[in-house]
Design a protein around this ligand. Sequence first.
Ligand code: ADP
Ligand code: MG
Ligand code: ZN
Length: 480
Amino acid sequence: MEWEIVMGLEVHVELATKTKIFCACTTEFGGAPNTHCCPVCTGMPGTLPVLNRQVVEYAVRAGLALNCGINRYNKFDRKNYFYPDLPKAYQISQLYLPFAHDGRVDLKTKSGRDVSIRIHEIHMEEDAGKLVHSLFGDTTYPDYNRCGVPLIEIVSEPDFRETEEVIAYLNKLKSTFEYLGISDCKMEEGSMRADVNLSVRPKGAAEFGTRTEMKNINSLKAIERAIAYESKRQIALIEAGERVVQETRRWDENKEKTFAMRSKENAQDYRYFPEPDIPPVSITDEEIAHYIEICPEFADAKADRYVAELGLAREDAQIIAGSKYLAKLFEETNAAVNDPAEVRYWMMTQIMYFMNERGVQPEKITLDPAQFAKFIEIVKAGRINRQIGKQVFEAMFFAEGAFDVEQYIKEHDLEQVDDKSLIEETVAAVIAANPKAVEQYRSGQTKITGFFVGQTMKQLKGKANPATVNAVLAEALKKL
Ligand code: ADP
Ligand code: MG
Ligand code: ZN
């Protein structure tokens, strides 16, 4: 039988406000345990929360970016439960009247399909603390620094069918919130966390199957593996005549398995009731009009523009525009050199390589667009060849502090050698020193030409103009 996977996502995103949602404590990540908290966020009796208006602004701007309707009047509710990371024993959230509803996210997946995911709702809430489990003995230490950090929870409809849709969706949320400047969406640091609800059904069936929920998977790779594992587990259960139990499961990245955590709780278990300490939130039409006006250009519009106006290939445009930081580097460098193809070239080869092979995060890139532009001018003027260019680019990219590309080239004596007589002499010497290769060339093995190029380049420390080397060598070989 052919099976179809059905998934819905609940994504928590920490908002990058300076202070927490209901008090003036810092939201900064890390810090010594229990140093970023006060009586309000640790839930001391008699304290009162005061809503941080910046949280509402960031939340509403996120909602608008995801094409949601915004409830001009919305409210907070108490979600009651006891857990050691939640000292108040309730979380302030929104259940009955969340601030945003009925949105839509349009995606292009890696394989190029267009997919639309509906957003059920988005609500504001506060984060809980963290529990640090001792490596020795059975002690657990609560750290309340994260208590009261503002979150939005984005609840999708069960519209995902393929893993690549989930990945494209999370990438799009990250990119959109980065452009808005409302969150850094770092899965490794927990500022974006995805819960994946998953069920399976025979392909073509009208009804959904019973779902399980996988909580807080902390990387895209782990999400891919968790979906693969959990869908297989459910299919095997059903094929063996058993039933899927609706429950929350934990993905164990080391064991590469999911484990049952608890059977699915529902809203009743939380004894939700309206939060009495916070007045309802109202959002005016003027505010919304203002947020729409200050909305930045997002990845898709940028990518379209890079294709239409700057001649980039769609795939490259999408990758560069997908990150606020890559797009900024691209645009600022191009503004200085006006050669999008060349800027693209160095970004899509060298920078992609550093990102993929060395784990460079786009937001950590410190490359100065002015130096990058200068570098491109130097390459285009033929003052260094492209091979040496890679070396210079790498030094420039990883430089700590100021970097002067002119000075670097001078100091390392990297200027291109285009002295024809020197190249002729070198070619002659290489031919004289390699009688065996000459023999092979004479017997018709023209591939050996590459060897002569390589040797000549090596003699000239990689700095020769490759075009001149090729021309001189072709002449010399003809005479053999
Ligand atoms: P609850 O109220 O129990 O949290 P919701 O209806 O709010 O349940 O759904 C929670 C998440 O699970 C949503 O993202 C939704 O899209 C997803 N979901 C609901 N039903 C299914 C299903 N049968 N298969 C996969 N995902 C589902
Ligand atoms: Mg839910
Ligand atoms: Zn506080």
